[in-house]
Design a protein around this ligand. Structure first.
Ligand code: NAD
Ligand code: LMR
Length: 319
């Protein structure tokens, strides 16, 4: 057996965590030879419920789960962690956009960015799930000057999976037969759901009027129909995101990462790109054609992310 790795999940008593932590503990993230120490962070008022989650984890008697640290203290939560799932944040409700959460959630990512900087393993890999995910990842990255920007990512894998399913369903094929879909930009209703490299076999009207809005609004549809925001699908996507980061990819996946200026996007914005991963190194797929329609979509996402960043700079003190 390998030595255990420390993994933090914030918002440990929330909906997403309730699916995520059991998958991690079962070995779905790193395989059956990798023991795990789970660090679970919650608000002080919710620790009682988190203790219940801890009891259930114990009741699964997972052989890989060496220890569980349940805490409301960020230092304890982030000390020596190698992998961080930043999930804990308020979800939006009906009639809100994800960006409306900036005020409520920005402070959380400032505090946690600093804690990652000060206490985490210096090679920590961070995925932000809590919304607005791209901008929260930007805040955490900016608050962690001793860590490399590349250690911070935000999750657009759920959008990527949603796009895969919708396209496979339209083409009446298995999802495994579809490659090279892309989510560009922001985890928001502006995201550009690019299928140009996956198929040329669909009608442009269907793409513009059905597929794009369906995927862009999928989170809203789930909230309306389920009464709560996506949770199990988000947890599955978070596992896939982190596992691919560590184990590598054999096809394109979408990840929001600090832009290096590729495709004309301003450096430093946390922007979703098509990427491949080898040996823990995330590389943006280069050389894709950006036609006029795509340019507009990419720029729209950039503008939105710049506005979110301005809102943070205005609202967040000590940033
Ligand atoms: P939830 O309300 O069920 O759980 C969130 C938990 O976070 C709560 O238990 C809360 O007490 C905790 N929390 C709040 N502030 C905290 C802090 N400072 N430290 C630690 N814990 C804290 O919400 P959920 O459904 O699990 O969703 C969590 C977040 O993920 C939301 O912001 C949601 O919008 C977002 N989300 C993102 C995606 C994506 O694709 N990126 C998908 C689904 C949901
Ligand atoms: C999602 O895409 O399901 C999440 O971001 C939750 C939301 O607010 O839409």
């Amino acid at each position: 057996m390998k030595p255990p790795v420390r993994i933090v999940v914030t918002g440990g008593a929330g909906q997403i965590a309730y699916s995520l932590v059991f998958r991690i503990a079962s070995g779905e993230l790193f395989g059956s030879d990798q023991p795990i120490i789970l660090h679970l962070l919650e608000l002080p008022s919710i620790i009682k419920h988190l203790n219940g989650v801890g009891m259930e984890l114990n009741d699964c008697a997972y052989p890989l789960l060496y220890d569980i640290i349940i805490t409301d203290d960020v230092k304890t939560a982030f000390t020596d962690v190698e992998y961080a799932f930043l999930v804990g944040a308020a979800p939006r409700t009906k009639d809100m956009q994800r960006a409306d959460l900036i005020k409520a959630n920005a402070e959380i990512f400032k505090v946690q960015g600093k804690a990652l900087n000060n206490y985490a393993n210096s090679k920590v890999k961070v995925v932000v799930v809590g919304n607005p995910a791209n901008t929260n990842a930007y805040i955490a990255m900016r608050c962690a000057p001793d860590l490399a920007p590349e250690q911070f990512t935000a999750m657009t894998r759920l959008d990527h999976n949603r796009l895969l399913h919708q396209l496979a369903n339209k083409l009446q094929v298995n999802v495994a037969e579809i490659n090279n879909v892309i989510i560009w930009g922001n985890h928001s209703a502006s995201q550009y759901t690019d299928i140009r490299y996956a198929t040329t076999n669909v009608d442009q009207n269907w793409f513009i009027n059905d597929l794009m809005p369906c995927v862009q609004q999928r989170g809203t549809s789930i909230i309306e129909i389920r009464g709560k925001s996506s949770a199990a699908s988000a947890a599955y996507a978070a596992i896939s995101h982190m596992r691919d980061w560590v184990k590598g990819t054999d096809q394109w996946v979408s990840m929001a990462i600090p832009s290096d200026g590729s495709y004309g996007i301003k450096e430093g914005l946390i922007y979703s790109y098509p990427v491949t991963i080898d040996n823990g190194i995330i590389s943006i797929v280069q050389g894709l054609e950006i036609d006029e329609f795509s340019r507009k979509q990419l720029d729209k996402n950039q503008q939105e992310l710049e506005l979110e960043r301005e809102a943070v700079l205005t609202n967040l003190t000590g940033f």
